[in-house]
Design a protein around this ligand. Structure first.
Ligand SMILES: [Zn+2]
Length: 371
């Protein structure tokens, strides 16, 4: 949902900052310098609160990144790759390379982020206590960071998907009922309710307190509502892919000789079968797959003289899934290998091909209404 500027890598994970984050940073510094810090660290010259605010904001956003790293390292422990960590308008997000496949994975990945925030809060609170006598200003800043981290934990433990608490709720319901789709529906509905409450509260505060800053709450609420809806739709799609055997998503391959020219393939096979992919055999051995769309890229006058063998994709370069696997594992294989095609295999023999397009087609037929 949020792209951004790549800043570097953290534990091997690309780290991005969405341009919207700079506004949030400025807003947080402003709000710290003008309202929170003067209460928390009193009796300072007015200008001191600005660099102090920037310092606290940096430590706070550093803590948010550590929170996302917590989720990320837990994911990696379960073999789930992490595509990116991004800071954006509404906080941070760790984008996982694939969905969790077990309730226990979801539970521990969800809990790992808040656990880091709790640890950081304790650490900064310790700093506050230790430095209180000698460096009261720094101690005050640490105390503020500790409080902000506690705020992150409390907000994230609200049991509405996609907040961490909502993920915990989904994992528990999923674990108890074994029904991923229903568990997601319950957690996402809770997420939507939380979002609606935040919208109402934000608008109410903005009007009653005459504080436009409260509209921020309404904005966060709106973001939650739309994410919850989107997450549920995504869950329905994933559920469909998990329940559909890959044999229903595949297209069976027709075996042809690699000595055929493009013209011969068109005349003898493509025009009659309408198929796009063909398995090429050479000396009775499957050696590769040819894609009719790719062939048409070659200039027309070369079609009668070019053997398809020279344009095939070697079979070893196409990752495979078992014919008995689910469409979901075909998608996982596509994502992990970053290729557009996987082949299905039964008893060591290549049977069919599944393309990204086939899977998208299948996903289009997944309807949230059929929950
Ligand atoms: Zn989190």
């Amino acid at each position: 949902m949020f792209g951004g500027i790549k800043v570097g890598t953290l534990a091997g994970i690309p780290f991005f900052v969405n341009p919207s984050w700079f506004f949030v940073f400025a807003f947080v510094v402003y709000s710290l310098a003008t309202s929170q810090l003067p209460l928390w660290v009193p009796n300072q010259a007015a200008w001191v609160y600005w660099p102090l605010g920037a310092f606290v904001a940096l430590l706070f956003f550093g803590s948010l990144i550590a929170h996302e790293l917590g989720h990320s390292l837990a994911s990696l422990r379960y073999g789930i790759p992490v595509r990116a960590i991004t800071l954006h308008l509404f906080g941070g997000v760790a984008q996982l390379g694939r969905e969790v496949s077990r309730p226990s994975e979801e539970f521990w990945i969800a809990v790992a982020g808040p656990a880091v925030s709790v640890a950081l809060s304790a650490l900064f609170w310790g700093g506050n206590v230790l430095l209180g006598g000698a460096l009261p200003t720094l101690a005050g800043a640490f105390g503020m960071v500790a409080m902000l981290n506690i705020g992150v934990v409390l907000f994230n433990l609200v049991p509405g998907f996609p907040l961490d608490g909502g993920r915990v709720l989904r994992s528990v319901v999923w674990g108890l009922t074994g029904n991923y789709r229903r568990a997601t529906w319950i957690a996402a509905t809770a997420g939507r309710l939380v979002g609606l409450v935040l919208i109402g509260l934000g608008i109410y505060l903005a009007i009653s307190q005459n504080d436009l800053g409260s509209l921020w709450l309404a904005l966060v609420g709106w973001f939650l509502v739309s994410l919850a809806k989107q997450s549920y739709q995504q869950a329905v799609v994933l559920d469909t892919l998990r329940k559909t055997p890959v044999s229903e998503a595949q297209v069976r391959l027709i075996t042809v000789s690699g000595a055929l020219t493009i013209d011969e393939l068109f005349a003898g096979f493509i025009s009659t079968t309408g198929r796009r992919f063909y398995l090429i055999e050479d000396a009775d051995q499957p050696v590769g797959v040819v894609d009719a769309y790719e062939l048409t890229r070659l200039p027309r006058h070369q079609w009668p003289i070019t053997p398809i063998l020279s344009l095939m994709k070697p079979i070893a370069d196409i990752p495979q899934v078992s014919l008995s696997a689910s469409a979901m594992s075909a998608l996982d294989t596509l994502e992990e290998a970053r290729t557009p095609l996987v082949r299905t295999v039964e008893d060591g023999k290549t049977i069919g091909i599944v393309s990204r397009t086939d899977l998208v087609q299948l996903m289009r037929h997944a309807h949230p209404s059929r929950a």
